[in-house]
Design a protein around this ligand. Structure first.
Ligand code: PMP
Ligand code: GLU
Length: 393
């Protein structure tokens, strides 16, 4: 079968691979708990669903403007203002089919063949592939447990070169849940600006931060340096809307125009009904978001308490998102020599699905998503703990 060469440079997204395997085993009757996929277990809040139903009833069923309906672009720009006091004008916003699509389209519009992109690691597993598909070269900058999974300007410095064009930031981070302080983020952005390196800040988990930590944003920098910063966000995590596929990007109007052309020749506008739902989300009450955030914090606390009692695992306490990234390398040996084998073993013996850390750039670790009901989480962690304790040396 003839397949284009560019397909050989991408890997399947392990989050979806592991999750499908867990669903398959469940369908076969196994009592599998999946802590694999990163999606809130909550329902989309009612006022958002109602807005979608109203849009269907009003027959809002046709093509819309490619970059999104103007009121949604405006609302996304104003949502930055609501969160951070920096309103982004509509001309600088495009609506995409999820945060992933916003990042992908940005990469297509910005990266030239051979351009290098700095990606702090552990990284969300789609970044390297998104860069590679655009012809770019991912340059991985590793920051392990000893640095709280956070890079510093000095670490970036040692990986930057004459071809470095882009720095991808992600706070709170997937898979680590690490949250940069505003001062830490400012130092990274300043470092990039001083070297004429563009910053793409993926802030999709910014509403899921646990006090006293606070979200850091690059949107203030965007207002001052619109030709050097872009900020991606989306509704999947904040509003439990993974399936609706709504994301957005704030970037220079020239970039937005080019991405609009690109979207116009590929996906066109995103679903018209989802746009009306997103409008209700971004302009509506946010107490639903606070309730979900508080639940994630409660689960984080419970999970960390359990893992801290395991002498064979190392897991920095994350300040955001809904992931734990746990170093279990002390349990590697005869039965499982790496993170992939360990996840297979845990699926077989503990019937819990986790994602191998190798997929995120750190083979010593496993990713746990705690976006599941409290009881399921407690039970699954107990099973994981029992299996790991048998392997620990
Ligand atoms: N960025 C990060 C860091 C993510 O974990 C995800 C995963 N959902 C996304 C972007 C994209 O999410 P979506 O496409 O569902 O908006
Ligand atoms: N971002 C989520 C995760 O990491 C959803 C799956 C994906 O988009 O990769 O599990």
């Amino acid at each position: 079968m003839r397949i284009a060469d560019r397909m050989s440079v991408i890997k399947p997204s392990q989050t979806f691979v592991v999750n499908s395997r867990a669903l398959e085993l469940k369908a076969q009757g196994m009592n599998v708990t999946s802590l694999a996929i990163g999606e809130p277990d909550f329902s989309t809040p009612e006022h958002i669903r109602e807005a979608a139903k109203a849009a269907i009833d009003a027959d809002f069923s046709h093509y819309t403007a490619v970059p999104g309906i103007p009121e949604l672009r405006r609302a996304a720009g104003e949502y930055f203002g609501r969160q951070y006091g920096v309103t982004v004008p509509m001309e600088s916003i495009i609506i995409a089919a999820g945060g992933k699509h916003a990042l992908y389209n940005f990469a297509q519009a910005f990266i030239n063949p051979g351009d290098e992109a700095l990606i702090p690691s552990p990284y969300w597993l789609s970044y390297p592939d998104i860069v590679t598909l655009a012809g770019g070269v991912p340059k991985i900058v590793y920051a392990g447990t000893e640095c709280g999974f956070k890079v510093t300007p000095a670490m970036l410095d040692s990986h930057a070169g004459p071809k470095t064009r882009l720095l991808i930031l992600n706070s709170p981070g997937n898979p680590t849940g690490a949250v940069y302080t505003q001062a830490e983020m400012d130092a990274l952005v300043q470092w990039a600006i001083d070297r004429d390196i563009f910053v793409l800040s993926d802030e999709i988990y910014d509403q899921l931060v646990f006090p006293p930590a606070k979200p850091a944003t690059a949107v203030g920098w965007f207002a001052k340096h619109p030709d050097q910063i872009a900020v991606a966000n989306g509704l999947s995590k904040t509003f439990a809307m993974t399936g609706w596929r709504v994301g957005y990007l704030a970037a220079h109007p020239d970039i937005i125009k080019k991405i609009t052309t690109f979207q116009g020749q590929s996906t066109s506008n995103i679903c018209s009904i989802a746009q009306k739902a997103a409008l209700a989300a971004l302009t509506g009450p946010l107490d639903c978001v606070e309730r979900m955030r508080a639940a994630f914090q409660r689960r984080r606390d419970a999970a960390i308490r359990t893992i801290e009692s395991w002498s064979w695992a190392v897991c920095p306490k994350p300040d955001g998102a809904f992931y734990l990234f746990m170093d279990v390398s002390r349990c590697y040996g005869k039965y499982a020599a790496n993170s992939t084998e360990m996840c297979t073993l845990l699926l077989d013996r503990a019937q819990v699905a986790l994602v191998p850390g190798g997929a995120f750039g750190d083979d010593n670790c496993l990713r746990i998503s705690y976006a599941v009901a409290d009881e399921l989480l407690t039970d699954a962690l107990e099973r994981v703990g029992r299996t790991l304790s048998e392997l620990a040396v």
